[in-house]
Design a binder for this molecule. Sequence first.
Ligand code: HEC
Ligand code: HEC
Ligand code: HEC
Ligand code: HEC
Ligand code: HEC
Length: 179
Amino acid sequence: MSISVGDAISSFKIPILMGVMVIFGFGIGYLINYTFFSDRSPVQPINFSHKIHVTDNNIQCMHCHAYVDKTPSAGVPSVKKCMGCHKAIATDKPEIIKLTEYWDKQEPIPWIKVHDVPDFVYFTHKRHIKAGIECQTCHGPIETMARVTRVSSLKMPWCVDCHTEKQVENGRDCVTCHK
Ligand code: HEC
Ligand code: HEC
Ligand code: HEC
Ligand code: HEC
Ligand code: HEC
């Protein structure tokens, strides 16, 4: 019995090739995951589309995010708010049937947060909206999104760079954002 050099190499080659493929596969998987399924764009419990509501049906941001210029957090509308329209609109659609089930059980919809700064950071919408900054400056073209995607890093330099650019008084002081 004799094994040729060629056989020996190819019997090594296969595991190596498989190894490379596995690593490559993880890489692609990671990229796809990062691009489509990361926390930047989570799949929500109800397939809610800003495009349908804002662009196609001309419903204003403030109609649903009513407290954005009054309180620190913008807030997401209640099921009651949805039902104000959806008791009558598209009632036969599967996603609206799901919505109605939350309503019947008097349960809130467990929306997954897309934008979240850590608790040790002080941020309020109110002042930013009053200063005339558009929602889109920070959130991107929400009105075109079938699913919300976070477009800003929300990291410290993102905040500080804009404060510098807009020459916000005390905008770079640590205590402005860290109480
Ligand atoms: C018909 C109601 C409705 C309207 C109108 C609406 N939104 Fe929303 N918005 C929601 C709901 C419900 C969610 C939570 C589900 C989701 O993330 O898709 C949400 C989520 C968001 C989020 C992400 C929240 C998070 O978790 O970080 C942003 C940002 C946002 N909306 C901005 C806007 C802006 C800007 C407009 C106007 C261009 C707008 N919305 C109009 C209902 C609405
Ligand atoms: C001011 C009225 C209004 C409010 C408030 C509203 N919607 Fe809608 N919604 C609409 C209209 C109009 C459509 C488009 C219906 C159509 O084209 O058949 C729609 C469509 C939808 C659809 C797509 C249905 C389909 O499959 O065709 C979903 C899902 C939906 N809304 C969920 C929600 C949720 C969840 C809320 C609350 C956060 C909400 N809507 C609040 C008016 C509203
Ligand atoms: C200066 C940047 C900026 C502007 C302008 C802005 N947002 Fe936000 N938004 C943020 C940040 C940062 C968060 C995360 C806040 C947190 O985690 O406490 C956020 C969170 C949200 C959320 C998630 C729910 C919440 O309250 O945390 C919604 C909804 C939202 N914004 C809607 C809007 C709407 C609607 C407008 C325009 C009327 C708007 N935002 C304008 C930066 C901005
Ligand atoms: C696109 C520009 C922009 C971005 C991004 C931005 N800011 Fe601001 N911020 C402003 C402007 C302009 C003011 C001044 C508002 C005024 O004159 O009342 C301000 C004021 C503030 C204030 C002082 C007002 C108050 O309520 O006490 C705080 C705190 C603040 N920003 C925190 C943040 C944090 C935290 C972030 C990032 C998560 C951030 N900002 C991102 C433009 C921005
Ligand atoms: C305009 C708002 C703003 C100002 C001014 C600011 N920070 Fe921050 N800082 C943030 C935000 C937003 C985060 C959260 C970033 C993240 O999630 O990584 C943060 C995070 C941090 C962290 C945690 C870092 C980490 O990786 O977890 C430290 C430490 C910090 N800041 C220190 C400072 C110091 C020191 C100053 C003054 C020289 C300062 N910050 C000024 C907004 C600000």
